[in-house]
Design a protein around this ligand. Structure first.
Ligand SMILES: Cc1cc2nc3c(=O)[nH]c(=O)nc-3n(C[C@H](O)[C@H](O)[C@H](O)COP(=O)(O)OP(=O)(O)OC[C@H]3O[C@@H](n4cnc5c(N)ncnc54)[C@H](O)[C@@H]3O)c2cc1C
Ligand code: FES
Length: 320
């Protein structure tokens, strides 16, 4: 048990409770999404001592300013916690385009209304007017002025159904700065890339493919896109076109359930990756999408001989 002083009021925690869970339970509104330390939407500020894991992935300047991930910090005996200046964490943006590309995926374009920069492969947190917040990966090239997002409608999902079902052009939202592991860096020069996306896990990798082809920083690029059903695959035509135009790029669309389809692979993505022929010692692997499959793919890739520092991933964790 411990006590949080937050904006002049005291809140008593239960045994082992995180700062986020304690404040939410006692009726304080704190932006949050994954509750796993991935999305960074739950940042608060403190002058008290905190655990290293609650600042994991934050920039040095944020660490110095006392910012921390409230979902990762257990309440200590006595903690003083503040709301950070929301204007430093979120900026205004507007939805400018919205197109369904399959029975379950909608492509949404968002225009930031203030300065914003990102590297292909990163994700942002989106906050709707009512405060609901979720993370979505950017499917565009570094420097694009509009952010393309691929959003899969999940059963009863609050934000994904809103994006899929409602007419949202000109809708105002807030977006966070961009974060994430799966981006190209100059250290990858001369390496090969193996990109594995599950469902809308294609989104960040689609941006990485475009950046990689434009910059020629890496040698060979293999993209494996897996889906449960054939209908869950999308952007197949444009990826096949990209493959035809670029000899350094190979694309493997794959689905698990349903009848065989010409030009597509039917099978389990983990089994496919186990048998996939690539140069483990010279390949950077990026894996995105469903967290359970991402975990199992990471193990498979590690056992294939890729060192863990060369395996990057952004699992699409949800707090439920
Ligand atoms: C780093 C990161 C990047 C992400 N990028 C993307 C992206 O590019 N595209 C994208 O579509 N999603 C992405 N997500 C997932 C996204 O943030 C939401 O979790 C997802 O859209 C569901 O939100 P919701 O509000 O619709 O569902 P919620 O209201 O949060 O959940 C409703 C129900 O749906 C279930 N549920 C939640 N997520 C899933 C899921 N993925 N599959 C099946 N059931 C689910 C929950 O268990 C719950 O029962 C990302 C997540 C993270 C952490
Ligand atoms: S990092 Fe805390 S809610 Fe996502």
């Amino acid at each position: 048990m411990g006590t949080i002083t937050f904006e002049g009021k005291e809140f008593v925690s239960k045994e082992g409770e995180t700062v986020l869970d304690c404040l939410l339970r006692l009726g304080v509104s704190v932006t949050n999404s994954c509750k796993s330390g991935v999305c960074h939407s739950c940042i608060l500020k403190t002058t008290s001592e905190i655990e290293g894991k609650s600042q994991k992935g934050l920039s040095d300047s944020k660490k110095k300013a006392g910012l921390f991930l409230s979902c990762q910090q257990q309440v200590a005996d006595r903690m003083e916690v503040f709301s950070p200046d929301a204007n430093t964490l979120f900026i205004d943006a507007i939805i400018v385009d919205q197109k369904r590309v399959s029975d379950s995926v909608v492509v949404v374009k968002v225009r930031p209304l203030q300065d914003f920069s990102f590297t292909a492969g990163q994700f942002i947190n989106i906050v709707r007017g009512d405060g609901h917040c979720r993370s979505y990966s950017i499917a565009g090239r570094t420097g694009d002025s509009e952010l393309e997002l691929h959003i899969r409608k999940v059963p009863n999902g609050i934000l994904s159904n809103w994006f899929y079902d409602e007419q949202l052009i000109n809708e105002k939202i807030k977006i966070s700065e961009a974060n994430g592991e799966c981006s190209l860096t100059t250290e990858m020069k001369g390496k090969n890339l193996l990109l594995i996306g599950v469902g809308t896990g294609l989104a960040p990798l689609y941006g990485v493919v475009q950046d990689a082809l434009e910059s020629s920083i890496v040698e060979k690029i293999n993209l494996i896109h897996g889906s449960f059903t054939f209908d869950g695959l999308y952007y197949c035509e444009r990826l096949k076109e990209l493959e035809q135009k670029n000899h350094s790029f190979d694309y493997y669309p794959l689905f698990l359930k349903g009848d065989e389809r010409e030009g597509f692979i039917k099978g389990d993505i983990v089994e496919f990756v186990k048998k996939f022929n690539f140069e483990a010692s010279n390949t950077i692997v990026m894996i995105c999408g469903d967290p359970v499959i991402v975990k199992s793919l990471k193990q498979t890739i590690f056992l294939a001989g890729v060192p863990s520092r060369s395996i990057l991933s952004d699992p699409f964790v949800s707090k439920y």
